[in-house]
Ligand binder design. Structure first.
Ligand code: HEM
Length: 421
């Protein structure tokens, strides 16, 4: 345990995470009953051993009805696969032409010649793309409700001096429940209309409504309970990632030039973009990956140990919390030479070994939206660099903070776009 760790943790969590990894190694103890898996091996091990280290249920959008809680682990896995079919790599690849116009619009509409605050601009754009990806022609109905879910989430995760038990109905939790009910009430008639008409649709909702070979038909409750979380996921973390990526385009102009050169090969009509175009953006994808390596938006994941178990050289007591830290795992020189250097080329030189890139987690709870996120972020990066040079505001201070409370984010980040000559 590094000295004075808990107070240091409250002050600067990233700094202490790095210190813990350097001073104590693969696994270290933050305080009694709280362990940190700091390098790729133990991180991946915890994420894969989901029986020993189950994921706590998300406090953000708990099911309104306990529609899928009585299943065996195997049925759970089949039900999860059935719910997530529309997010698989192949499903995303087939719909690149629907994603690209939104990212191109973002670039087209960026006000040039002045400093612009990034997160408030990029978030609605990604929300529109994400909600459209999930619900196609029903997206305009659901978008305002999706936005309110996001507002509710922001209120819930705001840092507070008081941690209240989950059952206490704080105003933020009551607001969350009201927004969840409102979203579900808007979605229910859409689900019923699609089911009764037989026109299920080819979007994520349509894929959920189709019977799956292993699980059969998902109940209406399971569909309605799943979608609030997924809907917010389509734009919340991707917006934070986009802020970090655009900041790197501004800081590394040569890398941005290389992205721009690659992006010049994209079709003039964004709707004509295909997965082949996307796959040809090798350097852009490497740049996105490199930003996610250095600044993984989900930099700290949580698991519990209900029973005593072993991890590396530690005995983890029953009831402990285990924190998984992709941020420090990605800074391990054994896996990533010169780990602190921003070097997108590293992803072109040699493909990553499985389990060393943890920005999207891994194992049974790994990110279901990784393919969609990579498509949105790669296209947004390419379209932006194709049109503009980005720069940070002049001045002694960066103007934004790197916050760590609910993932890494850059609130207050401003950038200026200048049209490329
Ligand atoms: C850059 C963007 C994103 C990042 C960095 C990211 C990261 C992650 C990580 C690290 C996890 C694992 C959490 C854990 O093990 O506790 C996760 C889970 C998940 N992500 Fe993402 N994510 C992103 C975008 C998306 C998108 C676009 C979706 C679309 C729907 C999505 C849907 C999900 C879902 C449903 C899970 C939960 C899996 C489960 O608990 O079974 N994510 N994500």
């Amino acid at each position: 345990m590094p000295e004075g760790s808990f107070a240091a943790w409250s002050r600067d969590r990233l700094a202490l995470a790095c210190r813990g990894a350097v001073e104590c190694g693969d696994v270290w103890q933050l305080e009694p009953g709280v362990y940190v898996a700091a390098t790729a091996g133990p991180c991946a091990e915890v994420l894969h051993r989901s029986q020993d280290f189950p994921k706590p249920s998300s406090p953000l959008f708990p099911p309104l009805k306990r529609a899928i809680s009585e299943l065996t682990p195997e049925e759970h896995a089949h039900a999860r696969a059935a719910r997530m079919r529309g997010l698989r790599t192949r499903a995303v690849a087939a719909r690149i032409g629907e994603i690209a116009p939104g990212t191109a619009r973002f670039a087209d509409q960026w006000p040039t010649g002045r400093d612009v605050e990034i997160l408030p601009v990029v978030r609605p754009v990604l929300a529109e793309i994400g909600v459209r990806y999930l619900f196609s022609e029903d997206a305009p109905t659901l978008l305002p409700f999706a936005w309110q879910l996001f507002v509710a989430r922001e209120l819930l995760v705001r840092p507070s001096r008081w941690v209240r038990p989950r059952w206490v109905p704080t105003s933020a939790r009551r607001f969350r429940t009201r927004q969840q009910i409102a979203f579900t009430d808007a979605l229910r008639p859409i689900v019923r209309r699609r089911r009764s008409s037989g026109r299920l649709g080819d979007d994520v909702l349509g894929q959920m409504l189709r019977p799956s070979p292993r699980y059969g038909i998902l109940s209406e409750g399971a569909v309605l309970d799943t979608l609030p979380g997924i809907t917010v996921a389509t734009f919340e973390t991707p917006s934070r990632a986009a802020g970090l990526i655009l900041l790197h385009l501004a800081r590394y102009p040569q890398a941005a030039d290389r992205v721009a050169a690659e992006a010049a090969l994209l079709p003039a009509d964004p709707a004509a973009t295909t997965s082949t175009h996307l796959d040809s953006l090798h350097y852009t994808q490497a740049l996105v990956r490199e930003v996610l390596r250095l600044q993984p938006p989900s930099w700290l994941l949580t698991r519990r140990a209900p029973r005593q178990t072993r991890l590396a050289d530690y005995t983890i007591d029953a009831g402990s919390t285990v924190l998984i830290c992709p941020y420090t795992a990605h800074r391990d020189a054994r896996q990533h030479p010169e780990p602190d250097r921003f070097r997108p080329e590293r992803w072109l030189d040699s493909p990553a070994k499985p389990g060393v890139f943890l920005a999207f987690g891994t194992g049974p709870h790994g990110c279901e939206g990784a393919a969609l996120a990579m498509a949105m972020l790669t296209l947004l990066t390419a379209q932006t660099a194709r049109r503009y040079h980005l720069s940070e505001p002049l001045g002694p201070e960066p103007g934004y903070q790197l916050t760590t409370f609910e993932g890494l984010a850059t609130p207050g980040l401003h950038l200026r776009a200048t049209v490329r000559g």
